[in-house]
Ligand binder design. Structure first.
Ligand code: ADP
Ligand code: NI
Length: 222
């Protein structure tokens, strides 16, 4: 099968699976990660377009967060799909590696990407977690899990291990301190760092305004 047909079929498969999903892992998220990954990979001399695009399209195919913490669920589902298209073994393995390595696992847990394709896809996924869309997705995820928006009595928490990050059920605002405000510093590609600047600043403005309204500080202006 031609690479373009593999990509088109994979996009159709993922679109059907994720359309209308409500936890922030919907098709539009995946579509944006796909488009952004392609743009970032184009700035890297050694990134293979087919591996990048398949990695982007399949990166959330069976996220451990929705599969009882099973980190192999994603690579397994990607392999099953790509094998059904008779994609060559080497490409399958490189896509599996991206999915295995991509996820954030707590601030104290390094998550280096071992390939340029992986760097492009992880950066694209992380750009989706910051900025206006990142804010919207954080609250969509929190709502999906039934979590409060904020609780000032819960001190900001960071996680030194994947186990403690997994078990975390903190209010959504905490997620900014345990993850989102740190993503800008954890990007690989210069192009993603450039895009992150504005998105990061927007997120800081959002947080400041959220806490101001929470505390009723703006009432003092009456
Ligand atoms: P990663 O790829 O780094 O594992 P995801 O892309 O799967 O993370 O995360 C999906 C979205 O859900 C992101 O926007 C992320 O910020 C959000 N999210 C994940 N965990 C939480 C949480 N505990 N509270 C709020 N939002 C969360
Ligand atoms: Ni994602």
């Amino acid at each position: 099968m031609e690479p373009q047909e593999i990509i088109t079929r994979t996009a159709d498969f993922i679109r059907d699976k994720f359309i209308g999903e409500g936890s922030g892992h919907d098709w539009d998220h995946i579509r944006r990660v796909w488009v952004t990954s392609r743009a970032l990979a184009a700035t890297l001399p050694h990134a293979d377009p087919l591996v990048t695009e398949l990695g982007a399209l399949l990166h959330d195919v069976a996220d451990w967060k929705f599969h009882a913490g099973d980190e192999e669920a994603g690579p397994r589902a990607a392999r099953a799909w790509l094998s059904s298209l008779a994609v060559e073994e080497e490409v399958i393995q490189r896509v599996e590696t991206i999915i295995r390595e991509i996820s954030f696992k707590g601030l104290g847990v390094p998550t280096p990407m071992s390939t340029p394709e992986g760097e492009a896809v992880q950066d694209a996924d992380r750009l989706e977690a910051i900025g206006a869309i990142g804010v919207a997705r954080a609250f969509a995820y929190g709502g999906h899990k039934g979590r409060p928006l904020h609780d000032p009595t819960v001190p900001p928490m960071q996680h030194a291990s994947f186990e403690s990050y997994k078990q975390n059920t903190a209010p959504t605002i905490n997620h900014f301190y345990e993850k989102l405000l740190h993503l800008r510093e954890r990007l690989h590609t210069p192009a993603a760092r450039q895009l992150a600047q504005e998105r990061h600043e927007f997120m800081e403005t959002f947080l400041k305004q959220f806490l101001r309204e929470w505390e009723g500080e703006d009432l003092a202006t009456l």
